[in-house]
Design a protein around this ligand. Structure first.
Ligand code: IPM
Ligand code: MG
Length: 358
């Protein structure tokens, strides 16, 4: 039996997670999966109920689970709370407490959506890149951090720090994944300015020696941001630190037409994982049936592949998504002329049905 903890969160989180659960039901029926679901509060919803974006009870459930299906968190309602109580901190603490250091963000352009990208179809068609983002270190977690008074004015500060072991393990994840695809890894740094990333570049280069088949390249982050819109298909796997990965993955998301299409996996050393769409909680469209549930549904596919070792189920879910796109169904964010605009629920139901019918 596998245990999945469901954490819907805020904004559009609950509605997109509901659709992923509908697809999970269909997967259970078709493949006879033995799964026990648990539910918990996180983010603003947890702040409202328990005054903490990651209550102890949720963390305990997360530790007990084999995998976590996560919606999205945050919203203007909680932006004025004291910093440690804000929804985002709940997610960061969850990633860090569970040691989910490897964040996999695939940016794949479905041929059906080539017209929805803001780039020319010939630049993006066939795009298939994987961003491997370090998720529990770097400037997101470095100490000291804060805002203080100095010489009569306020000063804000953060610390950008990575240990060698943190760099090594994320490099190995990237190399291992690249071995299963194009065997090319581009390590993104800012080694011309920042010592941390000078060491990053050195360590990644050393680790690559154990992977003679991998073609390793290095790129400064500003150039990488540019190349991603100039010639994104030149990339296979990108490995980078927490902050650069956060920024580049949003950029890569847009290449695929909509950030509503990007799933993610955050894995620990043993492939326990948290699975969430790359997008935020979009409070402006919450509750209106406008949200695209596909990133969450494809996050469920990643959950099957990485934490439950059911690549067959993952393939079937992804095929069901393709089928529905082939049928011309589109949520508002990816809708173009000549396709059929559907709601969050209609999209989820269509994928579940396609999955059930194999
Ligand atoms: C992401 C998000 C988070 C991050 C926020 C919500 C803390 O932007 O998962 O990319 O910065 O990691
Ligand atoms: Mg982000």
């Amino acid at each position: 039996m596998s245990r999945i903890l469901v954490l819907p969160g805020d904004g559009i989180g609950p509605e997109i997670v509901d659709e992923a659960l509908r697809v999970l039901d269909a997967a259970q029926a078709r493949f006879g999966l033995d799964i026990e679901l648990d539910h918990g509060l996180v983010g603003g919803a947890a702040c409202d109920a328990e005054g903490d974006p990651l209550p102890e009870g949720t963390l305990e459930k997360a530790r007990a689970a084999d995998a976590i299906l996560f919606g999205s968190i945050g919203g203007p309602k909680w932006d004025t709370l004291e910093r440690d109580k804000r929804p985002e901190r709940g997610l960061l603490r969850l990633r860090s407490s569970l040691g989910l250091f490897a964040n996999l963000r695939p940016a794949i352009l479905f041929p059906q959506l080539a017209g929805a990208s803001s780039l020319k179809p010939e630049v993006v068609s066939g795009l298939d890149i994987l961003i491997v983002r370090e998720l529990t270190g770097g400037i997101y977690f470095g100490q000291p951090r804060g805002i203080k008074e100095e010489n009569g004015e306020r000063v804000g500060f953060n610390t950008y720090v990575y240990s060698e072991s943190e760099m090594k393990r994320i490099a190995r994840v990237a190399f291992d994944l690249a071995m299963q695809r194009g065997k090319r890894v581009c390590s993104v740094d800012k080694a011309n300015v920042l010592e941390v990333t000078e060491l990053w570049k050195e360590v990644v280069t050393e680790e690559a020696k154990a992977y003679p088949e991998i073609e390793l390249s290095h790129m400064y982050v500003d150039n990488a941001a540019m190349q991603l819109v100039r010639a994104p298909k030149n990339f296979d796997v990108i490995v980078t630190g927490n902050l650069f990965g956060d920024i580049l993955s949003d950029e890569a998301a847009m290449l695929t037409g909509s950030i509503g299409m990007l799933p993610s996996a955050s894995l620990d050393e043993n492939r326990k994982g948290l699975y969430e769409p790359c997008h935020g909680s979009a409070p402006d469209i919450a509750g209106q049936g406008l949200a695209n549930p596909l990133a969450t549904i494809m996050s469920l596919a990643m959950l099957m592949r990485y934490s439950l070792q059911r690549g067959d189920v993952a393939d079937a879910i992804e095929a069901a998504v393709e089928k529905v796109l082939d049928q011309g169904l589109r949520t508002a964010d990816i809708h173009t002329e000549g396709t059929r605009k559907v709601s969050t629920g209609e999209m989820g139901a269509a994928v579940a049905e396609a999955l059930a019918n194999g």
